[in-house]
Ligand binder design. Structure first.
Ligand SMILES: [Zn+2]
Length: 412
């Protein structure tokens, strides 16, 4: 699946998306068959339907459409319409999302008429989602995969918030969202290549984190979203050894946001992928040349090989999540009395052939040690829980691993 990702397909998808002239949210009433946000939406639906036709009914495609009321900074109410393609897996209780937003923006995010190419923000992410769906559709997964192209990101994460809230209200078991936003450019603003780096963002504290407990247990660097990020980094090393995924311990770029936050706000683990170095002359700009500088989010600034690499980073992680074993549940540190060892206990996951314990010093960013402990559900290690952090993950018969689960304390 990783190998099947095609740079030329990605280029063609991205250029097609740019060809709709604008995908601004407020172009919805101006949309024709070939121009505007809903022309783009209908084309995305048609691409997913072509893929779905090859899956023997396992993939279904729908729209998540609603009216976003007028806000202080918007000119009027506006219809938002996200595209949701669901590839059904064999096991209930496990949903993994790969997402992007397909709406875009020039220098004015409520300009429904002006040109807004959006090649990188976020034609790139949307191309990645469509290409991942194409290369993954033939595989029968344990988990269900949702390929989502959201509308309404640019003005306030509207489409993703609508979707994530609805899923949370239905108690849908979403175990991960891999959000892709600006993943197609391989150069810094000075033209230096940063081809081999991709950034991954994850929040520090999940919904409901309590200050006293965070301080007491030292969980400030181990939210479920952050364990997901660590899982992705370690998994992708196996498939893309030349790619360095830079972990940014932030929900998003400084003071900015993205659709992964809608999932986090709904209580779901989520991360954001973004290229190593954004070029601000090419984002949210009217297309123009000023003082000899070309502004605008144009397709010539997309590196299809880099976009293919970003797509592969998603495919490797998403396929491992959905094919691999479910993570252990009820993972606890058992505190019988003060001691010099750490006892961990968990519930078996149906697909696991065994388990591994991960640990690290509290000042280490990523897991430093791993120990295979066999097919048991409790283990005592000669390591003090005062100085180290732990997680437990499942391993299946083919060697696929789950996300590590951070334990909570229990007495006995
Ligand atoms: Zn964006």
């Amino acid at each position: 699946m990783v190998r099947a990702v095609s740079a030329s397909h990605l280029r063609a998808i991205d250029e097609k998306l740019v060809g709709f002239r604008t995908r601004n949210d407020f172009s919805e009433i101006h949309s024709t068959k070939t121009q505007g946000v809903f022309a783009a939406r209908d084309w995305i639906v048609a691409q997913f339907q072509k893929i779905a036709a090859t899956t023997g009914g396992r993939m279904t495609v729908r729209l998540d459409t609603y009216v976003q009321p007028k806000l202080k900074f918007t000119p009027r109410a506006v219809t938002e319409s996200s595209v949701i393609a669901t590839l059904r897996g064999s096991e209930p209780g496990r949903i993994y999302v790969m997402s992007s937003h397909y709406d875009d923006c020039n220098g004015n995010c409520t300009d429904g008429l002006g040109v807004a190419p959006g090649a990188d923000d976020n034609g790139s992410g949307t191309s990645a989602v469509l290409e991942a769906a194409r290369v993954m559709a033939a595989t029968h997964f344990r988990g269900t995969i949702i390929f989502a192209c959201f509308d309404g990101e640019e003005l306030g994460l509207w489409g993703s918030a609508h979707f994530a809230k609805e899923m949370a209200a239905k108690h849908a078991p979403i175990l991960a969202d891999l959000n892709n936003d600006i993943v197609g450019n391989s150069k810094t603003h000075t033209g230096r290549s940063v081809f081999h780096t991709l950034r991954i963002f994850s929040e520090a504290l999940p919904v409901g984190a309590k200050r006293r407990l965070v301080n007491l247990l030292g969980t400030e660097n181990d939210s479920p979203s952050r364990e997901l990020a660590r899982f992705i980094v370690s998994t992708d090393k196996l498939y893309l050894p030349h790619l360095h995924i830079q972990e940014i311990f932030r929900a998003d770029r400084f003071l900015r946001g993205g659709d992964q936050e809608s999932f986090q706000d709904a209580g779901y683990p989520a991360i954001r992928f973004t290229e190593a170095s954004e070029v601000f002359e090419h984002q949210h700009q009217n297309v123009r040349v000023q003082n000899g500088i070309q502004y605008g989010d144009l397709p010539q600034y997309i590196d299809p090989r880099y976009l293919a690499q970003s797509t592969r980073a998603n495919v490797a992680a998403l396929a491992t999540l959905a094919l691999g074993p479910a993570a252990p549940t009820h993972v606890h540190i058992v505190l019988a009395h003060l001691g010099y060892t750490t006892t961990l206990r968990w519930h078996r996951s149906a697909d696991a052939a065994g388990y591994e314990v991960l640990w690290r010093k509290t000042d280490a960013a990523t897991w430093q040690h791993v120990r295979a402990v066999g097919n048991v559900t409790t283990i005592t290690l000669p390591i003090s829980y005062d100085d180290d952090l732990f997680a437990v993950r499942s391993v299946d018969a083919s060697g696929l691993r789950s996300v590590g689960v951070f334990p909570t304390p229990v007495r006995k």
